[in-house]
Design a protein around this ligand. Structure first.
Ligand code: SF4
Length: 283
């Protein structure tokens, strides 16, 4: 007798555009884990999905905005934070989240990143860091560790990379965290927290990219980098951020929720300035 097997719906199916699946990501890529964590955080946030907006730039991670069943925007390269800033200013009722890769957020889009943190713009930024430009074949970028090999650094990268949590915290962000794709529960909680913080909230998520970064750096199989995360990750919420740069050569990989502080957001300051200006005019 033929048994009919019915496909069950996943609890997060309503947050995905299933007609766009299967996705384009390589086997072993960490972006799917991060997208699923984002969906879980939306569910846990208590903010209705119709109030969430997902914005991405260009690159493998940029596809997230196309797969999420939310109001979403797939913007030009490096400009996702600029777009999110504008949207959050005119629609402060929306929960605006940028999710994009390291090349997009901090290399091509680095200027927007530091100024959004400086202004404490009330948006969320999830930066997937896989240490290279994966979609275009594996060029090195602003987060490629010293000595790491890529197609454009075949003898080992000699450019000092950004220590992103240190940079964003120094610029003034209200919430700064770093997790890996192994720390799913902590990642969901950090995303949930960032959605409740008023001010610039930033999470760096370290993620495997087996075919373009892993292949050249001793992480060729899907689980190699996850094994590295398991072995070398150290949770330290009070870490000295100046000392948490990443080398991937057997040193501790420090993760945690590093900054969670209150200071007025850009939107609050804009509203205050408008109130003061209106008061002066009525005098
Ligand atoms: S190239 Fe890397 S980042 Fe892009 S989909 Fe493949 S594994 Fe993921």
């Amino acid at each position: 007798m033929t048994q009919v097997v019915k496909a069950r719906r996943h609890p997060r199916d309503s947050l995905l555009r299933s007609e766009r699946l299967p996705h384009i990501w390589c086997p072993g890529c960490g972006i799917g884990i991060i997208m699923a964590a984002y969906a879980d955080a939306i569910e846990a946030s208590g903010i209705p999905p119709e109030k969430h907006v997902c914005i991405s730039g260009i690159g493998c991670t940029g596809r997230v905005s196309g797969y999420m069943h939310l109001d979403s925007f797939h913007t030009t390269h490096g400009r996702a934070i600029a777009f999110a800033t504008g949207l959050s200013l005119v629609r402060p009722d929306l929960e605006v989240t940028v999710i994009s890769g390291d090349g997009d957020i901090c290399t091509i889009g680095g200027n927007h990143l530091i100024h959004a943190a400086r202004r404490n713009v009330d948006i969320n930024v999830i930066m997937v860091n896989n240490f290279n430009y994966g979609m275009t074949g594996g060029q090195h970028g602003g987060t490629t560790p010293l000595g790491a090999k890529t197609y454009t650094s075949p003898y080992g990268n000699f450019e000092a990379p950004f220590n992103i949590p240190y940079l964003v915290a120094a610029a003034g962000a209200s919430f700064v965290a770093r997790w890996t794709t192994l720390h799913v529960r902590q990642l969901i909680n950090a995303m949930k927290r960032m959605m409740s913080v008023e001010g610039f909230s930033f999470i760096e998520v370290i993620s495997p990219c087996p075919p373009t970064f892993g292949e050249f750096n001793n992480f060729p199989e899907a689980l190699d980098m996850m094994e590295y995360f398991r072995k070398y990750s150290v949770i330290d919420h009070n870490a000295d951020l100046s000392k948490i740069g990443i080398r991937l050569q057997g040193e501790p990989l420090v993760v945690g929720n590093f900054v969670d502080k209150r200071r007025p957001s850009y939107q609050e300051l804009v509203q205050e300035t408008i109130r003061k200006a209106a008061g002066r005019e009525s005098v």
